[in-house]
Design a protein around this ligand. Structure first.
Ligand code: BES
Ligand code: MN
Ligand code: ZN
Length: 523
C-alpha cells in the first residue's frame, strides 16, 4: 500500500474518508463532501447511533452526484487538539473499514481541522502512519486465497493544506513502520523457518542500511563461557547464535551506546520440563523481544537516528531431546555465577543472563533495556494492554513510561527488591532459575538483575503484548511489534544528539534550532 500527500481535491474514484466530531458535527472537509452529495452525509449522521465518538465509523455507499465508491465517516471524538495518537487512530480506523470493500484507492480529507496547538502536517503524516500500521498483513503462506478475499488497497492519498510539510513529517514515520513490519514478519514466521541461524541471517541483512552486524556461533560462545545460554540450546538440532547490531549514528562515535537486548527463543517447547500441547504453537513467537530489537535497529538506521545504539539478541531453540539439559543441572554463566536449572522452561532468563553479561563487559553501555516474552505470570498481572517494566534506575523507568505513553505502547512499573531476590537461593549453586509461582515475573526480573551490575537497566516483559489474539487499533491480530515504537521514541527523546534534557514532548526533537512553541496538549 502506497501513501501519497496532495492538496485537498475531490477524487473521481475510490473511497473518501472524512472526520466527524463528537456531537455529530461534520468537519470542514465532510461539509464540503456533504454539499456535493445533496446532503447525504448530514442525513446519514442524523439517523442512527453514529455520534462521531472516537473509533465509531459509518459508511455511505455510492453517494449521489459523485463517481466515488463510498464515503467513510470516522468519529474523531471531541476536538482536544488531535495529538499524534488521535491522528494515527483516525487513519487506522478508516483503513480497517476499507480492507474488506475491494477499494483500491482511498483519499483522506483532513484539511480544515483546527484546535489548540494543532499541527495539520503532523496530523496528516500520523493519519498515514496509522493507516499503514493497521493495513499490515502476513499472508505469504495463504496460497489459495482468492483475490476477492484479499485487501485490494493500493494507495491512500492524504489530502492536507500543506502536503509537502506532511510528506516531510511522514518520512521518519515511514521508516519506523518499516521497522515494525520487519518485526511483525519475523515474529509471524513459524519456527521451522525462523530459527537461530536464519534469524541471525535476517539481522545480518541490516548491514545494507549501514548497521554493523557481528554474529557469534556456539564455538565463540563456548570460548566466552556462555554456559547458561548454551545449556538452553543444547537439546536442539539448531545451532545457537548471538547477533550484535551496531548503529553508531551519534556525532561522537565513542560515546557509550544504548544497548537494546532481546530474548530470541525461536521455539520454546519448555525443554524437558515440557509445556502442555494446548497452545504450544504460540511459542514460535518466543523471540518477540529479539524481533522488536531487530525491528528497532531497522527503524533507527532507516531514519538515520543521531544516536549510538547496539542491539544484541540471544537466539536459541528450547527443545527436549537426548542431549537436552535436565532439571537439576548446574550451569556456569559467562559472569561466573552458577545456576541450578530447576525448570528448563524458565529458559529466557538463562539466555538473557549471558547476553546481558556480554553487553555489560564487552559493549560497556550507558544503559541497557531488554525485551523478553519472559513469563506467563506477567499476563496474569497485567493482561494484554500493558507490558511489565522493571528497572534498577528511576530516571530510566520514567523515560520508558513516558515513551510508552507517547506512542500508545503502555508499560506498567513493577517492583524489585531483596525479598524477591532471596527466593532464588539454591542449595547447590549461586542461584536457581525459578523462584516459585508467586510473583513469577518479579523473580524472573530479579534473576536478570543479577547480571547487569550497576549499569542503568530496564527490563520489559512483553509476554502479554507481543502477540494479539484480536485486532487492535494499530494492528491486525497476530504479531504487534510491541516495543519498536516505544524504543524508537525513547532514543529520539532521550538519547539522540541534541535530545532535550527536559521531559519528552509529543514531537521528536529537531536536529537544529527548534523554536519554542505553545505547550502541546497531551503526551
Ligand atoms: N516463553 C515463556 C513465557 C510465555 C508464556 C510467553 C506465555 C508468552 C506466553 C517462558 O519461557 C516460560 O515458559 N516461562 C515460565 C516460567 C516458569 C517455568 C517459572 C512460565 O511463565 O510459566
Ligand atoms: Mn519457557
Ligand atoms: Zn520462553
Amino acid at each position: 500500500m502506497k501513501i501519497a500527500f496532495a492538496r485537498p481535491q475531490l477524487p473521481v474514484e475510490g473511497a473518501v474518508v472524512v472526520g466527524v466530531l463528537e456531537g455529530r458535527e461534520l468537519t470542514v472537509a465532510a461539509q464540503r463532501v456533504d454539499r456535493l452529495t445533496s446532503g447525504i452525509l448530514a442525513r446519514a449522521v442524523a439517523n442512527g447511533r453514529f455520534e462521531g465518538k472516537k473509533g465509531q465509523t459509518l459508511t455511505v455507499v455510492a453517494p449521489p452526484g459523485l463517481s466515488i465508491s463510498r464515503v467513510v465517516l470516522v468519529g474523531m471524538g471531541k476536538n482536544e487538539g488531535f495529538d499524534a495518537a488521535a491522528a494515527q487512530g483516525f487513519g487506522a480506523t478508516a483503513i480497517a473499514q476499507l480492507l474488506g470493500t475491494g477499494d483500491e484507492y482511498a483519499a483522506f480529507l483532513v484539511d480544515g481541522l483546527t484546535g489548540p496547538a494543532f499541527d495539520p502536517a503532523a496530523f496528516g503524516a500520523n493519519a498515514a502512519f496509522g493507516a499503514l500500521l493497521r493495513a499490515y498483513r502476513f499472508d505469504k503462506y495463504r496460497t489459495k486465497e482468492k483475490p476477492e478475499d484479499k485487501p485490494a488497497m493500493k494507495r491512500v492519498t492524504v489530502m492536507v493544506d500543506h502536503p509537502d510539510s506532511a510528506k516531510t513529517a511522514f518520512k521518519p514515520l515511514e521508516q519506523i513502520a518499516e521497522g515494525v513490519f520487519l518485526t511483525r514478519d519475523l515474529v509471524s514466521e513459524p519456527a521451522n523457518v525462523v530459527y537461530p541461524e536464519t534469524l541471525s541471517d535476517r539481522a545480518a541483512a541490516l548491514t545494507e542500511l549501514g548497521i554493523e552486524v557481528e554474529i557469534l556461533g556456539e564455538k565463540q560462545m563456548r570460548k566466552l563461557g556462555m554456559g547458561a545460554l548454551l545449556g538452553v540450546g543444547q537439546g536442539s538440532e539448531r545451532e545457537s547464535r548471538i547477533a550484535i547490531m551496531r548503529w553508531m549514528g551519534a556525532k561522537d562515535r565513542n560515546e557509550a551506546p544504548v544497548v537494546l537486548a532481546g530474548k530470541g527463543v525461536t521455539f520454546d517447547s519448555g525443554g524437558i520440563s515440557i509445556k502442555p500441547a494446548q497452545g504450544m504453537e504460540d511459542m514460535k513467537w518466543d523471540m518477540g523481544g529479539a524481533g522488536a530489537v531487530i525491528g528497532t535497529m531497522r527503524a533507527l538506521a532507516g531514519r538515520q537516528a543521531a544516536a549510538n545504539v547496539v542491539g544484541i539478541v540471544g537466539l536459541v531453540e528450547n527443545m527436549p531431546s537426548g542431549t537436552a539439559q535436565r532439571p537439576g543441572d548446574v550451569v556456569t554463566s559467562m559472569s561466573g555465577q552458577t545456576i541450578e536449572v530447576i525448570n528448563t522452561d524458565a529458559e529466557g532468563r538463562l539466555v538473557l543472563a549471558d547476553v546481558l553479561t556480554y553487553a555489560v563487559t564487552r559493549i560497556k553501555p550507558r544503559l541497557i533495556v531488554d525485551l523478553a516474552t519472559l513469563t506467563g505470570a506477567i499476563i496474569i498481572s497485567l493482561g494484554h494492554d500493558h507490558a511489565g517494566l522493571f528497572a534498577n534506575n528511576d530516571e530510566l523507568a520514567e523515560k520508558i513510561l513516558a515513551a510508552g505513553k507517547a506512542v500508545g505502547e503502555p508499560v506498567w512499573r513493577m517492583p524489585l527488591g531483596e525479598s524477591y531476590d532471596s527466593l532464588l537461593k539454591s542449595d547447590i549453586a549461586d542461584m536457581k532459575n525459578v523462584g516459585g509461582r508467586e510473583g513469577g515475573s518479579i523473580t524472573a526480573a530479579q534473576f536478570l538483575q543479577r547480571f547487569v551490575g550497576d549499569v542503568p537497566w530496564a527490563h520489559l516483559d512483553i509476554a502479554g503484548t507481543a502477540w494479539a489474539k484480536k485486532d487492535g487499533t494499530l494492528w491486525a491480530k497476530g504479531a504487534t511489534a510491541f516495543g519498536v515504537r516505544l524504543l524508537d521514541r525513547l532514543i529520539a527523546d532521550g538519547y539522540e544528539d541534541g535530545a532535550a534534557k527536559p521531559k519528552a514532548e509529543s514531537k521528536p526533537p529537531a536536529k537544529s534550532k527548534s523554536k519554542a512553541k505553545a505547550p502541546k496538549s497531551g503526551g
